[in-house]
Structure formats: C-alpha cells, structure tokens
Design a protein around this ligand. Structure first.
Ligand code: SF4
Ligand code: SF4
Length: 384
C-alpha cells in the first residue's frame, strides 16, 4: 500500500500551510520519514508548475505561499535547495518573478535554474522513449520534488504531479514532443518515461485553490482547500483525480501507469492518511473532457470517427487579441493554424491535420480558445 496524506488547508496563510504540511509529514512517518527522504547534506530541487507569467495568487501556477511553506520545512533537512522550471512559452525567470516564487526563494537563499542548460540522458527501462534532453539542474539534484497545482487540462483532462514533470524537458522542446507523439497513448508513455528518468522522490499537490473548467491556464479557481502529498506520484494523482470526479483510468497517463506497472492508481492500493476522500470531495467541480476520451485511430475510418467525435480547439473571437502565440506554439509541421485578418489577426484551424494536443488552448494568454465537442459526441455524453 502506498501512503498518501490528504489534508485540509482552508487558506493560503503561509503559517497555516506549513503547519498542515508538517501534519502530513507526521502522518507519513515524521522526522524519520523526512530524514530518509532528504539524506543529510543532499541537494533538494523543487519543481513547481510555472506554466506562464502569472500574478501572485493565480491558480495557473504553484502558489508562492505553498512554495514558502515547503522551503521552511525542507531547509532543516537539506544541504541546499534549488528550484526551477521552464514554461513552454516565455521566460522562466519572468514566470518565477511574476507569481512571487522568486521573491520567496531569495529570502531563503534558494537559487533558481531556468533550464537553459540540458543534457541528453538515456533510459534503460523505457516504455517508448530511450533518451531525452533533460534540464541539467534536475539531473544534478539528489532529491527531486514535484510541486504541481491541481488543474484540469485540455489534452489529458487532469494535470498534477506526473504531468508537472514534463516541464523537466527544457522550453520549446516540450512542444516538439507533442508533434512527435500525436497519439495520446504514446504521449502518456513518453510522459511516464520522462518521469522514470528524473526519478522524482516526492510530490506535494497544491489544491488549496484548484483550477476547474478551461484549464490548465484559463479555467476558474475552485477553493478545494486540499493538499495531497506522497512518494508515489501516480498515487497522489489518482487520489486527486478521484476527488474531482474522474476514474483515474480515464486519465490516459494514469491508465498507462497502471498497465505498465509504473505505480498504483487504484485507491485500493493507496492508504489515504488524514482526511477522508468523502469529506474532501468538492460539492462541485467543472471537469474538462480532454482528448483522453477519444482514441485516435489511423486510416480513413479512424479519421471519419475522429471528425465526428473528437474535441477541437475553437475561438471565442471577442476575446482574441491577435497575439498569434497559438500559432507559434503549434508543434505540427506545417502548422495547422493560419491567421485571417479580421480587424486584427484571428486564428483559423485546419482540423483534419490537427493532432489535438491543445497546446494552442493552453498557451492563449486571454482564454480565447476553448475545447468544443461535436454534436454527436455531446449526444453520446462524451463531454461529461
Ligand atoms: S492547432 Fe492546436 S491542438 Fe491542433 S496541433 Fe496545433 S497546437 Fe495542437
Ligand atoms: S486565440 Fe489567443 S493565442 Fe491565439 S491569437 Fe488570439 S489571443 Fe493570441
């Protein structure tokens, strides 16, 4: 049984978050657990979610108060602490500064790495991908810790601890993986391979205020008052996905995690410590049914089925500011987004070639792209 702590934290008061996380560590084994997790003098690397440049308190990124509470606890055990990430678009340092993480880090002498330097690392026991370009800072760490935000996601329906580690691949190289892995099953296996490679030792999932709806960037805050922590990333994610109403196996990378033996996803294999699942299940949570619910097939029949039921990115014209970031991030070659000038550039999709990675929906700075299911899919209830 994998132990996972499920905790209630009512607000982003850093003292309260710290106290709650300390309760979680007590449940997991207290000081002895922490000493084993962080061997004496080791270098801890914190990997938050810095998807884009957001203001302090934004539910898009790891909250700066959760970040501070984690540092307060780990600094008594670690020889040194570093943190870093690289957004798929934009500057890492700017993203860390705008949401408040950089200021916290400076106060605690925690250094930042923007993942500009990387190394190519081979993986022996891989599911699909034998080698990756990975941020050097991650490979140099003794103890890698994932600090994700609990959010919905256009492609994978849910994103948490495992998906957060995709960010260990530097910058724009991430978008390229979408292009190389158009099938969601392959993308999921690739995601598990990168997780095997970086070998994350612990995850603390920030769901004090989670994101629902048009995630991972343009959804709405949902105050779930939840923190989830544990050594098994698949267990942490499966518990979070269950809380917001998914069967973990509906999340493609959790299904692959179970099938490949990566880690537990069945709550029967997970010992939930602290609060109960029933108590922590939110009354309402607006889920998103990403591409994970459509199995893309090759050939003419597959394409026809895809056309009939696959969700697609669509524009909310009145919100679009014509920045063209959606076109820049599209990993397909040639790109499947053109721009039509209608009082400023507006995206136009070539859906037959679109692989539904939803990078465009993810990157849009103003939430002008949403995911739409065709009528047949809606009648079949696939959007629920
Ligand atoms: S148009 Fe959007 S969803 Fe389609 S391939 Fe490009 S980035 Fe992905
Ligand atoms: S849809 Fe969003 S990302 Fe694309 S041009 Fe409009 S505002 Fe920019």
């Amino acid at each position: 049984m994998q132990k996972v702590a499920l905790l209630r934290c009512k607000e982003y008061d850093v003292d309260l978050v710290e106290e709650t996380l300390r309760q979680g560590f007590e449940l997991l084994g207290g000081d002895a657990f922490l000493r084993k997790l962080i061997p004496y003098g080791s270098q801890v690397f914190l990997k938050p979610n810095l998807l884009s440049s957001e203001p302090p308190g934004s539910p898009v990124v790891t909250d700066y108060r959760t970040f501070e509470a984690v540092i307060r606890i780990f600094k008594d055990y670690a020889g040194s602490i570093r943190f870093g990430d690289s957004p798929g678009f934009g500057h890492a340092a700017k993203a860390a500064e705008s949401c408040g993480l950089m200021e916290v880090a400076k106060r605690y002498d925690v250094s930042f790495d923007p993942f500009e330097s990387f190394e190519t690392v081979a993986l022996e026991d891989y599911l699909l991908v034998p080698r990756f370009d990975v941020a050097s800072a991650v490979m140099e760490a003794d103890v890698l810790v994932s600090l994700p935000r609990l959010k919905t996601h256009g492609m994978t329906s849910y994103t948490g601890a495992i998906k957060n580690q995709f960010g260990c691949i530097p910058g724009l190289k991430k978008a390229a993986w979408h292009g190389r892995m158009p099938r969601v099953k392959d993308f999921s296996r690739m995601l598990l391979d990168i997780n095997k490679l970086v070998d994350t030792k612990f995850a603390i999932l920030d769901g004090i205020v989670a994101m629902e709806g048009n995630g991972p960037k343009n959804g709405r805050p949902n105050p779930m008052e939840t923190l989830i922590m544990g050594e098994s990333l698949s267990a942490v994610d499966s518990l979070a996905a269950t809380l917001i109403g998914y069967n973990p196996e509906e999340i493609p990378y959790l299904l692959e995690a179970r099938e490949s033996g990566f880690g537990p996803t069945d709550l029967k294999q997970i010992e939930v410590l602290g609060e109960s699942v029933e108590e922590m299940t939110p009354e309402q949570f607006v889920r998103v049914r990403g591409r994970s619910h459509v199995r893309f097939k090759d050939g003419l029949a597959g394409r026809l089925v895809q056309k009939a039921i696959a969700p697609k990115p669509v524009l909310i014209p009145e919100l679009c500011i014509g920045c063209k970031q959606c076109g820049d991030i599209c990993p397909e070659k040639p790109k499947v987004i053109d721009f039509i000038d209608e009082n400023g550039p507006k995206p136009h999709w070539h859906y037959d070639e679109c692989i539904r990675c939803f990078c465009c929906q993810e990157i849009c700075p103003v939430g002008a792209i949403e995911i739409e299911y065709p009528v047949i899919a809606r009648l079949l209830g696939m959007d629920k």
